[in-house]
Design a protein around this ligand. Structure first.
Ligand code: ZN
Ligand code: FE
Length: 255
């Protein structure tokens, strides 16, 4: 049975996720922007938290951990590379390591760029990946610590997951991302209709995440730096994809 995924809005525009294995009762929390809404959701569902998976060290992804850890006997899992600046970890992981949630085995993917120690978690049997501030809905995280090439390589790893993978990302930035994406690919019909659906969802107060990887591949300009439409959009027809990606990212930073 696939993991049951719950999206929890936190702070002004962050998301945390629960991944629950019905058979064993194991429940993982991915990122902890604040404790309140997470503890409320666990209580409402009667779930006992067993694991916390941390994607990266930024405060808006970890700062609720003390209160959550005080409430449940959890194992905290995070990047070995960033152990010195993450909350205390019980299990240190790196690229290719596995993470067990009930009967489901997840795989750790190193996705440096936003931070050098950023990791993602892919659960292939449930077709879900927790990508936080690496691959985001219609966007990608700002490149704070790594290089544009690192971020492009990280996005390529995520783009190679099965297209039916549900991408659980860390922020509600999608409407602004859509406005930017349309400046790059104004003729992308899939992007235009997705943008309309995003506006509709936001008008109703609904999250625009998670999103399907197949939809990201059709619409997300940061995944499409190898596509003629995006190359044309930045005036770099035929240029190497990593250079096109860097230009798209630079434009977004200035948008
Ligand atoms: Zn971050
Ligand atoms: Fe963030």
């Amino acid at each position: 049975m696939p993991l049951e995924i719950v999206t929890i809005p936190c702070l002004s525009d962050n998301y945390a996720y629960l991944a629950h294995d019905k058979a064993t009762g194991d429940t993982a929390l991915i990122d902890i922007p604040e404790a309140g809404p997470i503890l409320d959701e666990l209580e409402r569902r009667g779930w006992t938290l067993t694991h916390i998976l941390i994607t990266h060290h930024h405060l808006d992804h970890v700062q609720g951990i003390d209160a959550v850890r005080a409430a449940y006997p959890v194992k905290v899992i995070g990047a070995a590379a960033d152990a010195h600046r993450l909350p205390p970890l019980d299990i240190l992981v790196a690229e290719g390591d596995s993470v067990q949630i009930g009967g489901e085995t997840g795989r750790v993917i190193d996705v440096p760029g936003h931070t050098v120690g950023h990791i993602a978690f892919h659960f292939p049997d449930s077709h879900v990946a927790f990508t936080a501030d690496s691959l985001m809905a219609l966007g990608c995280g700002r490149v704070f610590e790594g290089t544009f090439d690192q971020m492009w390589d990280s996005l390529q790893k995520l783009a190679a997951l099965p297209p039916e993978t549900l991408i659980c990302s860390g922020h509600e930035y999608t409407a602004a991302n859509a406005r930017f994406a349309k400046t790059i690919e104004p003729d992308n019909a899939a992007l235009i209709s997705r943008s309309d659906r995003i506006d509709d969802a936001r008008a109703k107060g609904r999250p625009t995440v998670p999103s399907l990887l197949s939809v990201e591949l059709q619409t997300n300009p940061f995944l499409r730096a190898d596509q003629p439409g995006v190359q044309k959009g930045v005036g770099m027809e035929g240029a190497p994809a990593n250079e096109v990606f860097a230009e798209v990212r630079r434009r977004k930073d200035a948008f």
